[in-house]
Design a protein around this ligand. Sequence first.
Ligand code: CTP
Length: 398
Amino acid sequence: MTQSVLLGVSGGIAAYKIPFLVRLLKKAEMNVQIVMTEAAKQFVTPMTLAALSENRVCDNMWEDDHQPSVEHITLADAADVAVIAPATANIIGKITSGIADDLLTTVITAIRCPLLICPSMNVNMYNNPIVQRNLRALKKCGYHILDPEYGFLACGWTGAGRLPEPEIIFEAIQSALSPKDLLGLKILVTAGPTEEPLDPVRFITNRSSGKMGIAVARRAAARGADVTLVAGPLKIPVPFNVKLIAVRTAQEMYEKVMAFFPQMDILVKAAAVADFRPARPRDSKMPKDELDKALQLETNLDIIKAVGSVKKDCQIVVGFAAETDRPIEKAKKKLTKKNADMIVVNDVGLPGAGFDHDTNVVTFILRSGEMEQHELMPKEKVADLILDRANALQRKKP
Ligand code: CTP
């Protein structure tokens, strides 16, 4: 079903980013209804936003060609999620005080859907105690606040106040739309490859884009979990609402996972950990005629196995197995060997599955002997299914 976003634009310079946000929402096949304040029109034209949203832009309570007395209610009722971006100090103050003196503030007073507010302004305005008090009050009302970023501001100051990039606002909208069924759960996710240095310019690694682990972290955070992500070197962005612990080697990943795991309810171990590391890495670049002699390897610790041996009954551990032949048979062995509760297995040879793709084909293998086979689907959907399963297993525990 098409989801409807009510996008409120107030009068800040960052309104120039909103056409890009509208493009992202339309690309995701969402219906976008824009409501602008008078001041917003100084920064971005209604014509631009109407063309991109493929909808009439609403900016006036008193137009003749529709029913002025009820339009604010119709707009509010039609929204699955409402967003104000950029949200100026003025509109934040008005919403906090319950003022409804133009179309946007009137619609916002009437909504029943989740509301995401994206403050953006000069750093001193943002730090103003009244603005901060208002934001705290709005949070208490259950509204989502996307904190502004730190950086160079249009006014010449540097500090907190920048509107986050459209991709991040898009992600925050997805998050506001998601049911919060994982609220209260602490989830540790590992993602990406590890790199094992041989010298300052060479390393051994495993093939991994990190997309599957990132999808799990993103969906878990969107569904309300408190997510810690231990990630090897990644070339893709990390979700804005997870705690990132960046590592390079398997040893570093081991240390971080072992430090965080005791506080966690669920561990999803999607990282492609390198099984070996050079036994004697050098501080300076090795001449190539010495490489063959220097390539002596040591085995890395099996992180998931180490976790399995300290795991409490109430904790759930999900491992992965990316295989090229006899995937189910191999994954079943890994489930026992690694003392995991579930293994997500994928045959990386199948079209659309495994490395670099945005889709995957997976089978879940559980301790109970159950097996769940899934069709080709986006990694975000696979992530939701993994989280549904892990959550159900966790709930069954004492
Ligand atoms: N894993 C781990 N630590 C390692 C290696 C793997 O925690 N040193 C985890 C991975 O994150 C994954 C699972 O173990 O969840 C399976 O990884 P895989 O590489 O398929 O398993 P291996 O035990 O290395 O087996 P193989 O002989 O197939 O490489």
